[in-house]
Design a protein around this ligand. Structure first.
Ligand code: GLA
Length: 401
């Protein structure tokens, strides 16, 4: 799977330019084990990188014109702009810049944000023009961070070719800035950090306030378990609608509590929060506060007891997103309920919500049984068939060639 995508990126580059790329870089999508909508509240998350990757074949242009051209299998036409023009295109207040299709705003936004990063702006090398060819096998719109995969692959390539010298965390910040200010999605930093820092068999326990990241061994395979992804194929976009509204409710809740962010509210503060705010704001706050605690609990349980014991935390997380944060959809609830009824130890929607994918923690030998049960439940509800596959925690961004 991976190799064909790498070769496809090289072939696309050759098509575009008539020559071989200077290198190929790649970065993965992610699944979040637990900790949803906590990242932009300065809280805790526990994602891991998945085997699905985006590849960027990149070469320095010989014409000396300082132009950047991006091609991808997402679209027939490449997009070309001058690097100086990027400062006029971005930031965009909301939505993408005029004349820039959304897929191209990710790599171009990364080029723009990287040129503006601390310590980079003065480097002459960032004026060097580039050709970029992108291919990906990360499902798009499935809540598996196909966008962070593009951002992290592109950021890694540009960092090397422009000799910008940024570390992985700085590159994650570049990717997030592209997403926020070039694509117009007001997201947190979880996805880019997971894509940059992923390691095989480990989840990344990230404090989104300090950006302190610690690898936590998940030991899924050793425990005889597997993680199933159930992509509902209900598409979502975080540049519109519900995601931004949830974020605004969290900011409102923090302001009412008189703290900089909901990270500073604990489970013990919830009775006071309930007295101070309207019901909807309170329930949004309760999700974030209890979810932060669930991340801490999950890390502790993983370390002390192993993955067999985290199921109830996953189930509680889903219930909180469904009832308090109200970001689930019937397809996600159906996937979670069917997986649990078929014997999953735990299951929850993963990612921003309003569609996308759910995950289930299952026995290794129950993949077929749980998949059949989820498929049957979707058919019985009249939903389009989901796409179901297993994932293992995998490597983060890297140079492949
Ligand atoms: C999306 C965003 C992340 C995070 C999740 C919800 O994936 O990109 O920053 O907020 O939603 O946990």
């Amino acid at each position: 799977m991976t190799d064909t995508t790498l070769e496809a990126a090289t072939a696309l580059f050759l098509d575009l330019t008539g020559r071989a790329p200077d290198g190929v870089w790649s970065a993965p999508g992610r699944v979040n084990l637990i900790g949803e909508h906590t990242d932009y509240n300065d809280g805790f998350v526990l994602p891991f990188a998945i085997p699905h990757r985006t590849y960027a074949a990149v070469g320095v242009r010989a014409d000396g014109l300082g132009r950047v051209r991006v091609a991808s299998t997402f679209a027939a036409e490449p997009v070309e702009v001058s690097l100086n023009e990027l400062d006029e295109l971005f930031p965009t207040a909301s939505g993408t810049a005029p004349g820039v299709p959304e897929w191209a705003a990710y790599p171009l936004g990364v080029a723009w944000a990287l040129r503006q990063a601390d310590g980079v702006a003065s480097s002459a090398a960032t004026g060097t023009g580039l050709d970029i060819a992108i291919t990906s096998d990360v499902p798009v719109g499935a809540g598996l961070s196909s966008s962070a995969a593009i951002e992290s692959a592109t950021a890694s390539a540009l960092n090397d070719l422009w000799a910008a010298g940024l570390d992985r965390i700085a590159l994650a910040r570049v990717g997030r800035r592209a997403e926020n200010e070039a694509v117009g999605a007001p997201t947190g930093i979880m996805d880019q950090m997971a894509s940059m820092l992923g390691e095989p068999d480990a989840a990344i326990f990230l404090d989104c306030r300090s950006l302190d990241a610690n690898l936590v061994q998940v030991g899924i395979a050793e425990a005889g378990l597997a993680i199933l992804v159930m992509d509902t194929r209900v598409k979502h976009a975080h540049s519109t609608g519900g995601y931004g509204e949830r974020r605004a409710a969290c900011e409102r809740g923090a302001a009412i509590m008189g703290v900089p962010s909901l990270r500073d509210v604990s489970v013990d503060d919830l009775p006071r929060a309930e007295e101070l705010m309207d019901d909807v704001t309170f329930r949004r706050v309760r999700h974030v506060v209890t979810e932060n605690q669930r991340v801490l609990d999950t890390v502790k349980v993983l370390r002390d007891e192993g993955p067999r014991s985290i199921g109830d935390l996953l189930v509680a997380s889903h219930a909180s997103m469904r009832d308090d944060f109200e970001i689930s959809v019937p397809e996600l609830d159906t996937a979670v309920e069917a997986a649990l009824a078929a014997g999953a130890l735990g299951a929850r929607m993963t990612g921003g919500g309003f569609g996308g994918a759910a995950i289930a923690l299952i026995e290794q030998d129950a993949v077929q049984q749980v998949s059949d049960a989820v498929n049957a439940a979707f058919a019985a509800s009249g939903f389009a068939a989901p796409v179901i596959f297993t994932v293992v925690p995998s490597a983060g961004a890297r140079r492949d060639a």
